[in-house]
Design a protein around this ligand. Sequence first.
Ligand code: IPD
Ligand code: CA
Ligand code: CA
Length: 263
Amino acid sequence: MLLQQISELVQIAGDFAAKRRKVLSSNEIHTKSTDTDLVTDVDRDVEALIVEKLRELTPEYGIFGEETGKSNADAPYCWVIDPIDGTTSFVRDQPFYCVSIGLRHNGIGILGAVYAPKLGELFLAEAKKGATCNGETICVSKISDLRKAVVATGFSCIRAKRKFDNMAFLPQIARATCAFRRTGSAAIDLSYVAAGKLDAFWELGLQPYDIAAGEVIVREAGGIVTDLSGAAEYPQKGLLADNGAIHQNMLSFFRPETGIRFE
Ligand code: IPD
Ligand code: CA
Ligand code: CA
């Protein structure tokens, strides 16, 4: 029942965002932590729409939203919201953006919903019940040969001017794999790993709201999510999500011996 309600909510929110994009004006576009960290009035309005509905549906649950922060977030159940993941894509009218709503119970992801309105893709997952895309069951790929793997990443660490730089990992990984993608939405990248459209996604400097829904979708589709040392301290120590078959190969790119820091 709750998954159905969240499925409807994430679609309403995504379609609302896509409609507002048609009339987006430059005075609705702002910057946040740095001059390249964009946010729009639509991000804020989408989060307000989601929060109002979630408070109605589950008044006792906590909420942690990218734009409005934490409210009762220490409650056992907490919603984690990214109203528009891929805001730069949204601003430039590119299709790779989505609404992401995750639910955590005592910090563990148990439900995920990601809706990309311009791609027409709705990814849903609930703990122990599998993952779907547009109602069809999805599962990670079976690719075990790195040379055949298609991988994705992002560069929020550069935008956030963090002390570590994901670019340092890229040359070796790009040369060792079949192809590399950079969609601009971590939540879509995670959903694409779950659907077998990508075989691995990694990034440094992500926030809980970027990944709260996507990590549940990956796991329920048979994938693995760890930090870049293979432990569970993600996303603060980086994040690696993949089909499991290439997990050890991917972790090898982030070994301490490389001398490249990720935290
Ligand atoms: C960003 C996107 C991007 C990722 C950044 C995120 P936002 O989210 O997920 O792909 O590389 O780390 O911040 O800012 O568009 O919600
Ligand atoms: Ca995000
Ligand atoms: Ca966002």
